[in-house]
Design a protein around this ligand. Structure first.
Ligand code: AMP
Length: 396
């Protein structure tokens, strides 16, 4: 995939609109997690060093209709300034006179941050005239919001119809890393899947099945597979309408020589709460009707780690259990340690975004992975083999 990456001549002294993802958690006006902000610094430094006039545009949350101070990007603009020491000015709109004036008067060492683009309903509709208004004060568009690139919105896709467009360095890094695990894996290749739903992961399984050697299945989605194999799963998560698919997949993978590994045991409890008492049950034995499986058990951890240890390539999407609660965290934590060990030994270990990235972050292991994607939905769609609408206009 040949992305158009900006060179100095493309951006020097140009008015550059950069689509970032500043959709960060904010509490009482304070940025609570700056991972997403820091992910854009390489692109911003490049533009600064090359004398661009930089303006940043982003969404924040899902404001209902119109302006809502709770979803303002002003605190993020202030945070960016304190993080970098750069001169950052907030513009309380993203189209119209306020923006045109600010851009016209902009000094070269000053970064502008526009107000939340989702204050306009035209954004998510990818309204062409709105996209044209977004583009109007600028000469160049740099798309750097990988995590929003699976959405065809005005600020992620539409604006590229009106400006010469480039991929930022975050998008470059994401596409390069994900392309290795999607298209050019070194074997053995282990796909680790978990999380709540089978249905979210079907596209990835189907696209990667011809390329992987092992699939480890944990998390809530494992119980649909266990039920398909005839195990009693109590009141664990189950997608009844995917049981047949799970069976088909098990036989298809056998035909292709891919080994699917399901939990051998699991940590069960009456409900997903922090203060419940838990027991470990072998999956050969039925989970009692009033209990649910909420993490993989120690035998499974051992078996999964054995497979991971041999891997040269790993793609991991979905936690092994309800890692947000301490009693059900161990499976995800032990997988994270094992995956990081593979990366440390020179293997290629990529963690999909969303909850899996949050878990790896919680364990302090993000830096030890080959790559942790910033995009949950976007990385899944990319791994499914789909062309992301926000990426398409950036291809040469
Ligand atoms: P996903 O977005 O599909 O990757 O799902 C992530 C969510 O799955 C996390 O919030 C986990 O708490 C949840 N999860 C993982 N394992 C289980 C399980 N055994 N039962 C219910 N939820 C689970």
């Amino acid at each position: 995939m040949a992305l158009r990456i900006p060179e100095a001549k493309d951006v020097t002294r140009k008015k550059v609109l950069v689509r970032v993802d500043f959709n960060v958690p904010i509490k009482d006006g304070m940025v609570m997690d700056d991972t997403r902000i820091k992910a854009h610094l390489e692109t911003l430094r490049f533009l600064k060093e090359n004398g661009s006039f930089i303006t940043l545009i982003s969404h924040l949350g899902r404001p209902k209709e119109g302006r809502d101070p709770e979803f303002s990007l002003k605190p993020v603009a202030e945070y960016l300034s304190s993080l970098t020491g750069w001169k950052v000015n907030f513009v309380p709109d993203c189209i119209g006179e306020a923006v045109e004036e600010a851009v016209a008067l902009q000094l070269q060492d000053e970064i502008l941050v526009l107000e939340n683009v989702r204050f306009y309903k035209e954004e998510t509709k990818n309204d062409p005239s709105f996209a044209e208004k977004l583009a109007k004060p600028f000469e160049v568009f740099v798309m750097d919001a990988f995590s929003a690139a699976h959405r065809a919105h005005a600020s992620t896709r539409g604006v590229a119809d009106y400006l010469k467009s480039f991929a930022g360095f975050l998008i470059k890094k994401e596409i390069e890393s994900l392309s290795v695990v999607r298209d050019n894996p070194t074997h053995p290749y282990v796909l680790i899947l978990g999380g709540a739903k089978v249905s979210d992961k079907i596209g990835v399984i189907e696209n990667l099945l011809p390329k992987v050697d092992h699939i480890l299945i944990g998390g809530g989605m494992a119980y649909t597979f266990l039920k398909a194999k005839g195990h009693g799963i109590g009141k664990s998560l189950c997608e009844e309408d995917k049981i047949e698919y799970a069976n088909e997949l098990i036989s298809l993978s056998q035909d292709k020589g891919v080994k699917i590994h399901l939990p051998l045991d699991c940590v069960v409890a009456p409900e997903a709460k922090a203060d419940v008492s838990t027991i470990v049950i072998d999956t050969e034995t039925s989970i009692p009707d009033d209990m649910m499986g909420l993490d993989i058990g120690p035998k499974t951890i051992k078996a999964f780690c054995e497979v991971i240890k041999e891997a040269k390539t790993i793609f991991w999407n979905g936690p092994m259990g309800v890692f947000e609660l301490e009693p059900f965290r161990s499976g995800t934590e032990k997988m994270a340690i094992a995956v990081a060990d593979v990366a440390k030994k020179g293997g290629y270990a990529v963690v999909g975004g969303g909850d899996t990235a949050a878990a790896v972050n919680m364990f302090g292991l993000s830096d030890q992975m080959t790559h942790v994607s910033t995009g949950g939905g976007a990385s899944l769609e990319f791994m499914e083999g789909k062309m992301l609408p926000g990426i398409e206009p950036l291809l040469d």
